[in-house]
Design a binder for this molecule. Structure first.
Ligand code: SF4
Ligand code: SF4
Length: 114
């Protein structure tokens, strides 16, 4: 409800040049961490990691503050995905056009949730 109220308030207030500046700055600050779910990286991992799924699940913990949801969602991934460890790769072959530090974020997801 709190999130809904915030969203409704945002819709009803004027969007200023200052708001735009702050949003652009914030967007840049979170660029390495925040997956935009664009799916451009789909199929790039030779081990079959569904990057966007694991980063979405990590976002439940890191950005929504809902650790139990992140744990449940991670546990629902197929075993072969849950067992992958990005720390075992010498280099990550996944390239994110939006600047997400994919391997770092996946390693965090696995350390936190696996
Ligand atoms: S990691 Fe990057 S390329 Fe992959 S879905 Fe997220 S934003 Fe898109
Ligand atoms: S580090 Fe990159 S290449 Fe290795 S398993 Fe993770 S996503 Fe795949």
């Amino acid at each position: 409800m709190e999130m809904l109220e915030l969203n409704i308030r945002a819709l009803s207030e004027k969007f200023s040049a200052g708001d735009e500046k702050r949003l652009v700055a914030r967007s840049e600050a979170i660029r390495p961490y925040y997956c935009r779910m664009c799916y451009s990286c789909r199929g790039q991992c030779p081990k079959g990691m569904p990057v966007q799924d694991q980063l979405r699940i990590l976002a439940y913990a890191d950005f929504y503050g809902d650790f139990p949801l992140a744990q449940r969602s991670f546990a629902a991934l197929p075993k072969e995905v849950r067992d992958l460890r990005c720390a075992d790769c010498a280099e990550c072959s996944v390239r994110c056009p939006n600047g997400v530090k994919v391997a770092d974020r996946l390693i965090r997801a696995q350390e936190l949730l696996a």
